[in-house]
Ligand binder design. Structure first.
Ligand SMILES: [Fe+2]
Ligand SMILES: [Fe+2]
Length: 133
């Protein structure tokens, strides 16, 4: 789903591509270190994306920045929790990342894109038309 702001759209595509890569590793019963590494990449990209998006919103004084940030913070907390669980060794190593984990992530992103990000990008684009760089 493209929102019309290429920098943000590319970030979202990459996020979903990384989720698909994690899913593939889980489905093919890959070794836990591979799943950990790919999940880490997903977390890093999500965190970088959230801060980029928040910077765009802040730059145009987006009025709903605080609530949007708290949405990002909630998913960040969940991602870090999964990553931590995934790092644990022992007989259950790697079981924190399942197809349900990825389904939850995808559903969250889908919901966030059609609500929070759509509204934010519309505001950013309107602001950039009013005040071209
Ligand atoms: Fe967002
Ligand atoms: Fe986003």
């Amino acid at each position: 789903m493209k929102l019309g702001f290429p920098a943000v759209d590319e970030d979202h595509e990459r996020l979903l591509a990384l989720a698909a890569e994690v899913e593939l590793l889980i489905a093919s019963a890959s070794r836990v270190h591979k799943i950990r590494a790919k999940f880490h990449e997903l977390v890093e990209h999500a965190l970088a994306h959230f801060s980029r998006e928040e910077a765009y919103m802040a730059a145009c004084q987006y009025p709903d920045l605080a609530v949007h940030k708290s949405e990002h913070a909630e998913l960040t907390e969940w991602l870090l929790h999964i990553e931590q669980a995934l790092a644990e060794d022992g007989p259950n190593a790697g079981t924190a990342a399942t197809d349900q984990t990825i389904a939850f992530f995808r559903a969250w992103i889908g919901r966030h894109l059609t609500s929070f990000d759509t509204a934010a990008v519309q505001f950013i684009l309107a602001a950039s038309r009013l005040h071209p760089a």
